[in-house]
Each structure stands twice: as C-alpha cells, then as structure tokens.
Design a protein around this ligand. Structure first.
Ligand SMILES: Cc1cc2nc3c(=O)[nH]c(=O)nc-3n(C[C@H](O)[C@H](O)[C@H](O)COP(=O)(O)O)c2cc1C
Length: 181
C-alpha cells in the first residue's frame, strides 16, 4: 500500500464524550475528544481549554464527570461542543443526576458516566489536563452484559477529522485474537 504523508494534525479517531462540571450551582457540559486512560489505575484524563466554562467548574469543585453519549445523542453532543456555558445556559440540554461520592453532574441519557475526583492538573499550552480518579461509574442496565458495558449497545460516537461515526461490529476479544501466535 502506498503511504501518503499528510498534514500534522491530530485527525483521530477519538471517542466523543461530554465532560461535566457544576458551574454557579448548575450543571454544564462540554463536548471533548481529549479524554482517555493514563495507567492501569482507575484514572481518566480530560483536557480542557482554560477559557471554557466547564474548566472553571472543575477547578472550583475538584470533580468532573465523563459521560459517553450514544450515537442517537449526536445533535445534543455537537451542540454542547458548539456553544459555551459562558454565554448560554446548557443546564437543561440533558437531564442530570448526582452521586454522593463527588460534586459533578452526570447525564441520564448517556449509557455510561464516570465521576472523577481531580488528583492532578497539568497545564499544557492554553489547556489544562485534569487527571481524575474514578469514584463512581454508572451504566444503563440495557447496555450491560455480565455487569459490564457492551460497546455495541453503548454505540459511542467516534470522531475523526470533521465527522461523527458510530460502531458497526465487534472484530475480536482482547488477549484472545492473537492467542497461540
Ligand atoms: C467534537 C468536538 C470535540 C471537542 N473537543 C474538545 C476538547 O478535547 N477539549 C476542549 O477543551 N474543547 C473541545 N471542544 C470544544 C468545546 O466543547 C467547546 O468550546 C464548548 O463550547 C465549551 O463549552 P463550555 O465553555 O460550556 O465549557 C470540542 C468540540 C467539539 C464539537
């Protein structure tokens, strides 16, 4: 296959998630692609632009949520990534719920939500990376198989370049695909 060198841009793919925080007593959500795991410990990172409304809330409360929307919520997800809570009240876009383990709102219509306590902040350019220990995980019952979320049922939104995509098929099982090789 002929390789073509293309622009030095992070095209993805990324899973599109909604980062949540309480701002001025209300839930606020920002769409992000910059989220992931950092180690085998239950710690997630999110990276938020310093000027975002959500960033203010995470700094104030020391907690954030990561909510995994399914493809059917793509319009609301894009909306939360297009308008800022600094200008528009986004608290009613999704219905929120809470857990006593930490002060950050989670989204009812997202099949999976992680509640995280900030354990480290890393300034990077005009962004802040928040590393958060997972203190609670919620999943919709109809997305579970053996008490674990099933990706095809969750059907997350995958972001690549300028498009949103969903999942089609399972293509293997971890630690099993290459067994015996
Ligand atoms: C698909 C998508 C991915 C985005 N990824 C990020 C991201 O990783 N980090 C970030 O700071 N902003 C990201 N944004 C931009 C914010 O979501 C957007 O500026 C939002 O309005 C911020 O909301 P807030 O000011 O209410 O927090 C993304 C937007 C979209 C649409």
């Amino acid at each position: 296959m002929l390789k073509k060198k293309i622009a030095n841009i992070p095209f993805g793919p990324y899973i599109t998630v909604l980062a949540g925080a309480t701002v001025n007593g209300k839930p606020n959500y920002a769409t992000i692609g910059a989220y992931g795991v950092v180690s085998q410990k239950p710690v997630l990172y999110i990276s938020l632009k310093n000027s975002h409304c959500t960033t203010k809330g995470v700094l104030e409360n020391g907690f954030f949520s990561v909510n995994i929307p399914s493809a059917k919520s793509v319009e609301k997800t894009d909306y939360c990534g297009t308008v800022s809570g600094n200008k528009v009240d986004k608290s009613e876009v999704f219905e929120s719920f809470y857990d006593e383990a930490g002060h950050a709102p989670m989204i009812k219509e997202c099949p999976v939500s992680y509640l995280c306590k900030v354990i480290q902040t890393i300034p990077i350019f005009d962004f802040t990376m928040f590393l958060g220990e997972i203190v609670a995980v919620y999943a919709n019952e109809d997305c579970l198989e053996n008490r674990r979320p099933n990706a095809l049922k969750v059907n997350p939104i995958i972001l690549m370049d300028t498009g949103y995509f969903d999942l089609k098929d399972k293509v293997g099982s971890i630690f099993k695909v290459c067994k015996g090789n």
